[in-house]
Unconditional design. Structure first.
Length: 173
């Protein structure tokens, strides 16, 4: 082994020890739920790329379009509530989707001030494709977990967030 190779070996060992020390000291951060959920959100965002004709949909646009395709004629305020966005953000997203021709908005027949939203024919087709993409994305994101671990993670997240879904029906949540 040459002196250069020997020096390189010491540097890489030293670097590995330094990294291990840094990682050990950062455990309080690495163990924090905020850090873990942010990293999971980053992973989802990196893989979330849904084509919608000539446009790419954001996650907010995806949520709105899928919801109004599954439940047509929701009032905009109801829509905001069921997808977990504030009403102002939901209004902006609906407006953008309306300009793209993916949703239709009309005055509500249930309230004087409300707007009802539904997917257009094109929007319904895109929503159907998106929902199948969502299943594949979720399977990809959770692929490192055993099937029972996947269900348990989704059940615990649902419980933590107070979301009623198929992971916690009959569990009192």
């Amino acid at each position: 082994m040459t002196k250069g190779e020997e020096g390189e070996g010491r540097r890489s060992t030293s670097l590995a020890l330094r990294e291990a020390t840094v990682r050990r000291r950062l455990l309080p951060i690495y163990n924090a739920i905020g850090y873990l959920t942010r990293r999971l959100d980053q992973r989802i965002t990196q893989r979330f790329d849904i084509p919608a004709g000539d446009h790419q949909l954001t996650r907010a646009q995806f949520a709105v379009l899928a919801a109004v395709a599954l439940v047509p004629d929701l009032e905009q305020a109801e829509l905001a509530q069921v997808i977990g966005y504030d009403p102002a953000t939901t209004g902006v997203v609906v407006g953008r989707l309306e300009k793209l021709g993916l949703v239709l908005r009309k005055r509500s027949d249930r309230s004087r001030r409300g707007w009802q939203v539904r997917a257009s024919e094109i929007g319904e087709g895109i929503a159907e494709e998106q929902l199948s993409f969502l299943d594949a994305l979720q399977a990809d994101i959770l692929s490192d977990l055993e099937p029972q671990e996947r269900v348990e993670l989704l059940r615990l997240l649902s419980k933590l967030l107070g979301v009623s879904n198929s992971y916690n029906i009959g569990n009192g949540t």
